[in-house]
Design a protein around this ligand. Sequence first.
Ligand SMILES: NC(=O)c1ccc[n+]([C@@H]2O[C@H](COP(=O)([O-])OP(=O)(O)OC[C@H]3O[C@@H](n4cnc5c(N)ncnc54)[C@H](OP(=O)(O)O)[C@@H]3O)[C@@H](O)[C@H]2O)c1
Length: 279
Amino acid sequence: MTVLVFGGSGQIGHYLLPLLSARDETVMALSRIPRAPTPGVVWMAGRLPDSVPAIDDISAIISFGPLRLLSVWLSNVDLPHAPRVIAVSSMSAESKRTSEVPAEREISQQLRDAEDALAAACARHGSEWTVLRPTLIYGVGIDKSLTPIAQRAMRTRMFPLPMARGLRQPLHAQDLARAALAALDTPAAAMKVLPIGGGERVSVGEMFARVRRSLPVDTLPLPLPAWSLRVARYGVARLRGPLSRLDEDLIADNTEVTRLLGIQPRAFRPDADCWRPPA
Ligand SMILES: NC(=O)c1ccc[n+]([C@@H]2O[C@H](COP(=O)([O-])OP(=O)(O)OC[C@H]3O[C@@H](n4cnc5c(N)ncnc54)[C@H](OP(=O)(O)O)[C@@H]3O)[C@@H](O)[C@H]2O)c1
């Protein structure tokens, strides 16, 4: 039996591939670029949605790649057996639904459309699916959210600290990888969209303060008071979306992932390794 992984080269895949390869299954992972050998994993070159090599006997598909492209591929490909499908969407599907910024509402709609398209494509194969909707992901120094901020602060020795009201629930990529694996083994998680966030909700200001404290170098704190964020929000059009989000809660209810999958994500206590890409 073969587990096919999309997005295995990303931060969630970094933790999932060793867990998967420890099981008695063939693991095939697809990447758009050549990858260094990984123990227990067969890397294939390809890309969603129209350049995925044919593979015999796929028992499961786990995807951390683009959800819409996965659904396009699944709705066109012929598979001899119905694979179990685990895919990652985003809590933005819900949290940006009523954003004041039209482009953000559009992202939310696109994510929900992609989730619906995935369910329809799975129905075509008779496959059971689970969609995980994570909050902000961090953990291995290759995310595009907190790591660039941490790395810039280490370079400049200055750390801007926005004093914003919104709550955040950063999720460690390893906890998400464990949830994906648990979903594979849990029939009760089938046909469900499961929100998943970190084990702790903190304000935006506290989240950045913890990142700053985790750095291996001293940085000068630069508090950005709420009034300055409001001025920037209304004065600079391209900042409106990101800054308006700072006062919104981007959180997830973990009740179902804990009840169904037994996953209890860790609290947000980052250390310096979280911002250092793997060698
Ligand atoms: N980062 C977050 O905070 C966050 C929050 C909520 C939800 N999410 C969702 O979580 C998933 C992973 O996000 P991430 O930030 O962890 O991503 P990432 O580290 O940037 O990884 C993206 C992965 O997708 C693969 N990929 C991209 N385009 C592809 C294509 N056309 N065909 C096949 N594979 C493709 C990449 O593989 P190659 O480069 O090797 O081809 C890479 O492994 C995404 O669905 C994202 O929307 C992320």
